[in-house]
Design a protein around this ligand. Structure first.
Ligand code: FAD
Length: 402
């Protein structure tokens, strides 16, 4: 099969790139995914937070351009700018002030809230003795990631993009200035889930078709690692599970509020009449895991919320799940040409911010594909070459809630 462009992975990143390339007139684009529904994809399993504030300028830019689009299609994608509240404890004042000064120097809409401001705006945050202050971002909010993905896909389809379900890309290579991929077509949704839970289980002896393309973009999120290994023996990325819990609070409805990031770094927000909470556990081992630990709620979430609010003392967990972050050594994403190739590109590993950065990344990737240069957002710093330069100033560490 000979086509113009292939996107490997139809999560939020692959779908956004398909949207942007087709919007700019690039034709004959094919997006391949073992499971277009995306049951195990990170796009399906995330917390839906959207914000402007990041330490690295490139991360702020990717969010800024994404949010500018989200604001124009708010109702279609369930984007509610209900704000982000970051709580800082006594002893954390300097990191809070540092964060605030960043927001000021970049003209971002954030304000400092005193304890009495917090208590009047968020009356249920009533256990405040340990708090120093908070930072509030009024233009930040929550989004329905699935609706955003569907928006990108539907718009892309209108412009001729084809999305292929049950298609697993097994390998990528380059021959005579053309990208070549081998593709296995799965016969059932169960086979797709099995592959996504254990990519190594898919053997190379299954029937494959070879596709040739002018360009291929790897956007397989946390599964990008396995596809990169034949090209780059140490691709420097790891899939790592992050957990989320959905629960009900007795006699308390959080619907009028937005995202809150507690001093414990438990984050929580309203979710369809219930509350969704998550926490990044630092000791999680890499791997493809999608369940939630039986002690996650009782040991990590509930104690932190109990300590913050008397409205959050009586909680009833409803469900929980795990989803994958793809981590780079500096925790910023990778976007660029795969080194040593002319036709293979990569765009993945945005850890906990791939939804809010999806459209910014798509703008940058589409410009790179079409002109070999960045114009709107200079994303050259996101190339994986930053890791091999031996120059720590080229790294993009992102310490804010990763
Ligand atoms: C618990 C949790 C909370 C998060 N919270 C937030 C948040 O609040 N805000 C935010 O912006 N981000 C958040 N994120 C991060 C965000 O969800 C991800 O960064 C984003 O969804 C990544 O999108 P993606 O398209 O790169 O990957 P995915 O959505 O995972 O899509 C990758 C696709 O590639 C496909 N694929 C895999 N292997 C192959 C193959 N061999 N061939 C073809 N296709 C393949 C998969 O089936 C999948 O559909 C969170 C993530 C998690 C896990």
């Amino acid at each position: 099969m000979k086509v113009n462009g292939v996107i490997v992975g139809a999560g939020i990143v692959g779908s956004a790139i398909a949207y942007e390339l087709s919007r700019k007139g690039v034709s004959d684009i094919h997006v391949l995914d073992p499971d277009l529904e995306g049951l195990l994809s990170s796009t399906e399993r995330n917390a839906g937070g959207v914000r402007h504030l990041w330490q690295q300028p490139i991360n702020r830019e990717l969010s800024r351009y994404s949010i500018a689009l989200f604001e124009t299609i708010k109702s279609e994608i369930g984007f509610n700018q209900t704000g982000y509240l970051w709580l800082f404890g006594k002893g954390e004042e300097s990191s809070g002030e540092d964060m605030l000064s960043r927001t000021r120097s970049h003209q971002l809409d954030y304000e400092k809230l005193s304890i009495s401001d917090i208590r009047s705006r968020y009356p249920f945050v009533d256990k405040t003795d340990d708090l120093a202050f908070a930072i509030f971002g009024s233009k930040d909010g929550l989004i329905n990631s699935n609706s955003l993905k569907q928006y990108f896909r539907e718009e892309a389809k209108k412009r001729g993009v084809t999305f292929h379900d049950r298609h697993v890309v097994q390998s990528m290579t380059e021959k005579q200035r053309k990208a070549e991929i081998s593709v296995t077509t799965l016969t059932s949704d169960i086979a797709a889930q099995d592959y996504l839970k254990n990519p190594k289980a898919l053997t190379n002896d299954q029937a494959t078709t070879v596709w040739s393309a002018d360009f291929v973009i790897l956007a397989a999120g946390a599964w990008s690692r396995d596809l990169l290994i034949p090209l780059i023996p140490n691709p420097l990325i790891e899939p790592i599970r992050r957990q989320i819990i959905l629960f009900k609070a007795e006699n308390f409805n959080m619907n009028d509020y937005g995202m809150i990031v507690d001093t414990s770094r438990v984050y929580f927000h309203p979710e369809g009449g219930n509350i969704l909470a998550g926490l990044v556990l630092k000791n999680e081992k890499p791997g493809y895991k999608f369940d939630v630990d039986s002690n996650f709620f009782e040991e990590h979430i509930w104690p932190a919320l109990y300590e913050r609010s008397s409205s959050l003392e009586r909680l009833k967990p409803i469900t929980g799940w795990g989803g994958l972050y793809s981590y780079t050594p500096d925790t910023s994403g990778i976007l660029g040409k795969i080194p040593g190739t002319q036709t293979l590109y990569e765009c993945h590993s945005f850890t906990g911010r791939g939804v809010m950065q999806s459209y910014g990344a798509a703008i940058a990737m589409s410009e790179l594909i079409m002109t070999q240069k960045f114009h709107t957002i200079d994303a050259s710093c996101l190339s994986r070459e930053r890791f091999s330069m031996g120059d720590s100033s080229k790294l993009l560490p992102e310490g804010l809630h990763i």
